[in-house]
Design a protein around this ligand. Structure first.
Ligand code: FAD
Length: 466
């Protein structure tokens, strides 16, 4: 099942113990005429880690930390190590992963494969920018070691190539040094979209910035929301959490508001899974944010970054249809126009997202990349039998708006992109380069997924005689 539960597939799942097992799986697939997909934590919203009726290699068991140099903050891990394992291992020594997603459950291999970003993307870039080197097994049987200086083509090609070129075995990361495990957070309310984008842009000297948008409200308040900025605290700051070697104070609370057991709250969220419910939740969130405008507080880095993990299993609130996320990246100058168009289109279609999030981004040099100098808007929709077809046609319309504005898409979150849109986004040169690399690494065209077949069927068209 995809993380968002809106797509599922039956796969032949294998759990290799080591590199040799994986080589045998590649051989088996070749002999049987089957394809191979990879799965790390299974935390991609859409169908990236599914390979229907085919082989799916679950890499979550490759979860050892291989080397940890706490003096220089350099760590080498197997690709199935999760972000949770990573930060828990390093935080007490004064280090933190420089780029983390909104949940701590993804694996390092999954993060490398999608080249994920955090709430600090415009500052520090994507996950791949902190990968010193990686070791990978290619379906052609070769084991390669890649860095910015060695096998550069594969380094910039594999980081972000959604598992299509090879399997990350181990990854060496440069971590970020921190004085404390805490951040000073400021909440700022924004009256409309203009205000929101302005606040985000004017806080570029902070370490982290993220904007929550109310996508349900209309009129002059379209795009209102709350921006959270955060800055690493220094030991000289007052009221900080100092490190005493224990991880307890970094962890997420097991009770919300001090009394409600977090693990059962998803059940309560179900009550609000409809249009009126989204209106109520968004309104309460906005007005409580307004009351606390400019409020400053201290949180652990984990509490700030992994907000979406506060309520375990919250996605169950969207059963049985599940949820999908649509995240588009828009160049700076077009962001305001495009985001307001998107919100208006959703309102007109009576398909309002229950959640909207805006982040600031920058360009990078990776072959497959959604990143650009601008903003992203991520909007989440509840999927029901009654809205599935309408959602798909709404999102196809949004794709056109995004492409017209020179925007990009993010495969880790995608569930609906069509090949024409994916082709236009990547452009013929990038696509040709990806196919060249794929032929080199994967001459038998073994590596596939539901996502790759859906968005880029031409990636699987070639046949190399060997
Ligand atoms: C609540 C939540 C919040 C999120 N927040 C963010 C965010 O803020 N920013 C962001 O960028 N993303 C975010 N994500 C998306 C998530 O970070 C990515 O989808 C990530 O790729 C998931 O990692 P995974 O280990 O679960 O990989 P999976 O979902 O299992 O797989 C993802 C892709 O990686 C490939 N893959 C996995 N392991 C390997 C390997 N060892 N070698 C080669 N390929 C491999 C798979 O083939 C697949 O294509 C979020 C997801 C969730 C559920």
């Amino acid at each position: 099942m995809a993380w968002g539960m809106a797509s599922e597939a039956c796969c032949y799942v294998y759990y290799p113990e080591n590199e040799n097992d994986l080589l045998e799986i590649f051989e088996l697939a070749k002999v049987r005429g089957m394809t191979v997909g990879f799965r790390g934590g299974g935390q991609s919203y859409g169908d990236a880690s599914l390979n229907g009726e085919q082989i799916l290699v679950d890499l979550s068991g490759w979860n050892s930390i291989l080397d940890w140099d706490s003096k220089n903050g350099i760590i080498t891990v197997q690709s199935g190590v999760t972000i949770a394992q990573l930060w828990r291992r390093v935080v007490a020594s004064g280090w933190w992963p420089p780029v983390v997603p909104g949940s701590m459950n993804p694996t390092v291999g999954g993060c490398a494969s999608m080249n994920i970003h955090g709430k600090n993307h415009w500052q520090v870039g994507s996950f791949g920018e902190h990968v010193i080197e990686f070791k990978a097994l290619l379906p052609n049987g070769q084991t390669v070691c890649c860095s910015r200086y060695e096998s550069q083509d594969l380094y910039f090609g594999m980081l972000g190539s959604f598992g299509m070129l090879g399997c990350f075995l181990s990854i060496t990361l440069q971590l970020k040094q921190i004085s404390t495990g805490a951040v000073q957070v400021t909440a700022l309310s924004a009256a409309n979209l203009d205000d929101l984008l302005h606040i985000i842009d004017s806080r570029k000297d902070e370490d982290y910035v993220v904007g929550w948008v109310d996508c349900v409200v209309g009129g002059s308040s379209v795009g209102r929301g709350i921006v959270h900025t955060a800055r690493h605290t220094e030991l000289s700051d007052k009221n900080i959490m100092t490190d005493d070697g224990s991880n307890n104070k970094h962890e997420l609370p097991s009770k919300i508001l001090g009394i409600l057991p977090a693990q059962y709250l998803w059940f309560f969220l179900r009550i609000f899974n409809h249009r009126v419910g989204y209106k109520i939740v968004n309104m309460v969130r906005y007005y409580s944010g307004l009351l606390r405008n400019r409020h400053r507080f201290v949180q652990s880095l984990a509490q700030f970054n992994f907000l979406l993990d506060y309520i375990p299993n919250w996605k169950q609130a969207f059963c049985p249809g599940g949820l999908i996320q649509y995240q588009c990246f828009i160049p700076y100058r077009n962001a305001h126009t495009v985001f307001s168009k998107i919100i208006h289109y959703c309102t007109d279609a009576k398909l309002q997202p229950y959640l909207g999030v805006v982040k600031r981004h920058r360009n990078d040099d990776f072959l497959i990349s959604c990143n650009l100098d601008g903003y992203s808007l991520a909007i989440d929709f509840s999927v029901k039998d009654s809205n599935r077809a309408r959602l798909s046609s709404l999102l196809a319309k949004l794709d056109e708006i995004v492409l017209d504005a020179g925007g990009r898409f993010y495969f880790a979150k995608d569930s609906t992109l069509k090949p024409e849109a994916a082709r236009l986004f990547l452009g013929p040169k990038t696509l040709a380069r990806l196919i060249d690399l794929k032929i080199l690494c994967d001459p038998n065209n073994l590596l596939q997924s539901n996502l790759s077949r859906r968005i880029l069927p031409e990636l699987h068209d070639y046949q190399v005689n060997n």
